[in-house]
Unconditional design. Sequence first.
Length: 224
Amino acid sequence: MIDDDKRLAAEAAVAEIEDGMLVGLGSGSTAAFAIAAIGKRVSEGLEIDAVVTSLESGRLAARHGIELLDFEDVATVDLVIDGTDEIDPAFRAIKGAGGAMMREKIVANAAKRMVVVADGRKRVARLGGVPVPVEVLPFARSAVLGELRRLGAEPVLRRAGADPYLTDQDNIVFDCAFAALDMPDELAVALSTIPGVLAHGLFLREVDAAYIATGGRVDRLERH
Ligand code: 5RP
């Protein structure tokens, strides 16, 4: 059921893609449905360029026959289709449960349009039901931990088995729960200014539209 909704949302967003576009491929299980749908359209003749937001999405794109540009050589993306962990009515999102928030945000910032795809569980009245992932240089682990606590977070080091989870850039992640996420703009600025913090999962201005599927029905929401 949930997977059907993820696929429906992803396929609806993929319908936005036109020949000649440079498309950003997001990360996570819902974005994976989008990558599969894009691969199908490419096999049917769609001509696009594409970049990815994670190593895993790169592997997936290759499996679906989507040729990729190196994002290092790309300044502007036409459309990025990505997943989200939460999205509120103001199109503010929390991303990064998959750990790809740094590249996702860089690609989103380069994109003329960012569309998120999700099942209905991700639509929330208020942000804060999931922790905010914060990517940290390992060298700065203890120093950043103290700063995050001073901001009111309860940071938990993300693990992969017994070891710290490492991002595509070999950095660590603190998943930061907050008692209340009342002032996300102020929090985003505060997080960004901590030396050693390299990225965080608050996407407050990037999202232009959302395709959200619930019980087989897709809602397209557009930021005005
Ligand atoms: C990865 C992300 C994902 O897009 C987000 O976690 C949603 O993933 P899923 O579609 O699997 O629920 O931000 O960093």
